[in-house]
Design a protein around this ligand. Sequence first.
Ligand SMILES: C[S@@+](CC[C@H](N)C(=O)[O-])C[C@H]1O[C@@H](n2cnc3c(N)ncnc32)[C@H](O)[C@@H]1O
Length: 263
Amino acid sequence: SAGVRSNVNLYPGYSPEKVEEIAQQEDRRWSLIYIDGNHDSPAPLQDAQVAERYAAEDALILFHDLASPDVAEGLNYLRDRGWNTMIYQTMQIMGVAWRGNVKPVEHIPDPAVNWTLPEHLKDYPVCNLELSRVLEKVKSFTLLGFERLWSLYSLAKQVCEEDIPGNFVECGVCRGGSSALLAWVIKNYSRRPRRLYAFDTFSGMPDPTEVDRDYRGVGANDTGFGSGALAAPISENLEVIARELGVWDLIVPVPGLFADTLP
Ligand SMILES: C[S@@+](CC[C@H](N)C(=O)[O-])C[C@H]1O[C@@H](n2cnc3c(N)ncnc32)[C@H](O)[C@@H]1O
């Protein structure tokens, strides 16, 4: 029903024996392996061992239900063999081992849940745990929803990781949540010194002109976003959230109208 039947080969049988058999018969190496079979020891370890034996040089092995210490034996094995490893903090706890030219998918732990890791996983890094806490703090200082914050975060991080030169500029800061997030990305991922220039009147929307109308033709002052709306004094907003994230020194607020300040 998903329309992918022709992309799937189904092999009835038991792992690890069947996996070994197919790998040898077909001379296969796999680059993506998902282990979510028998969750009782020693099955997960055996699955991990056979997975590693037939894994490509660039490969990712995903585990489900690491809440079970028996399943964690599989991930522990790969970690001890030198694979990169990381936990995805989900209800039953997923985890990933990878090597070579592979980028594991990103996941953010639900900030509404007060997560704790079971003792047998406590030495593993958790994917985006810190980011989840940052987004929770930023939430009340931004008009942006989660998806837009995620998009902003991902693109800013990419610029930093690819070491593309230049400062960041935000036009429209308001309470400063998105600015603080951008500065937090700089602090954590930038490979060169850079700052965030934060442009806003900080005293709200400027007076509209005749052309400032919404898609229905309603004048700006009649939309709820008229002159003075969204005023957000720096010391009570941008500065508060930026200090809370420890990034105030990376932000240069530029008060005034874009038309005057940007040039
Ligand atoms: C949608 S809000 C920005 C939202 C913010 N990025 C956030 O994360 O919540 C738009 C902001 O742009 C500012 N603004 C609009 N027109 C401006 C202009 N011509 N010059 C300076 N600031 C302006 C407003 O004061 C307002 O704070």
